[in-house]
Design a protein around this ligand. Structure first.
Ligand code: 13P
Length: 247
């Protein structure tokens, strides 16, 4: 049985007061949700505030990125040791915005994943094809390459995969359940190439314009084990509704 994960990626949104107001409203709404792993990934500048507010809850704290070195002359970067020190248990790596806007390669992402695991951070490893790649019939090739390169020499434990088709991110265009299930099934098969039976335990999240309206049908897909939510995670009531899908 794979425990579902519903994760919020706030991206570059929310200052300290906004994060505090969100959690004041959100925590009471999800207090009793013990059958779901809830994760919130705020920007670095509010990690400290959110960590303190989450202390007495079962909601986990994630960072949205990190560098692979432990410390040193890397101006502007944050290390895995700094993340665990502040209370992060998870980190998002390989997000398509990091790949496309900041030029992150599969090899860099692989080094980051290795470093995160060495520090005990659970990794939400993002993969996904662009619209051009899908239209050119290259979806499966892209996913296979991202998985093989990103997870090279990485053991299976502590890895959560997020399938986020780039054309569905922030566009209001969610993948159909058939498209999501097909991609997730393919991802699980490629994870089985690497990890054998353990691939059955790996949680694979869907991300891309997930809303309170779309979550129920997505979660009904046999290989969809949760969601990584951007825009709809910014409001407490909407994110709580996603956490409480099917209720
Ligand atoms: P949206 O839910 O805003 O489409 O963002 C998805 C995403 O990129 C989550 O990491």
């Amino acid at each position: 049985m794979r425990k579902p994960v519903i994760a919020a990626n706030w991206k570059m949104n929310k200052k300290v007061d906004d994060a505090q107001a969100f959690l004041d409203q959100f925590i009471p709404l999800v207090w009793n949700e013990k059958e779901i792993d809830i994760v919130i990934a705020p920007p670095f500048t509010v990690l400290h505030t959110v960590a303190n507010l989450l202390k007495i809850t079962s909601v986990s704290l994630a960072a949205q990125n990190m560098y692979f070195e432990e410390k040193g002359a890397f101006t502007g970067e944050i290390s895995p040791a700094m993340l665990t020190d502040i209370g992060c248990t998870h980190v998002i790596l390989g997000h398509s915005e990091r790949r496309a806007i900041f030029g992150e390669s599969d090899e860099l992402i692989n080094r980051k994943i290795g470093a995160a695991r060495n520090f005990g951070l659970e990794v939400i490893f993002c993969i996904g094809e662009t619209l051009a790649e899908r239209e050119a019939g290259k979806t499966f090739d892209v996913l296979k390459k991202q998985i093989q390169a990103g997870l090279k020499e990485i053991p299976h434990n502590g890895i959560i995969v997020a399938y986020e088709p780039v054309w569905a991110i922030g566009t209001g265009k969610t993948a159909t359940t058939a498209e999501a299930q097909e991609a997730h099934e393919f991802v699980r098969a490629r994870l089985a190439d690497l990890y054998g039976k353990a691939a059955d335990e790996t949680r694979i999240l869907y991300g891309g314009s997930v809303t309170p309206e779309s979550i129920d049908t997505l979660m009904a897909c046999p290989d969809v084990d949760g969601a990584l939510v951007g825009g709809a995670s910014l409001k407490a009531d909407s994110f709580a509704r996603i956490v409480k899908y099917n209720k």
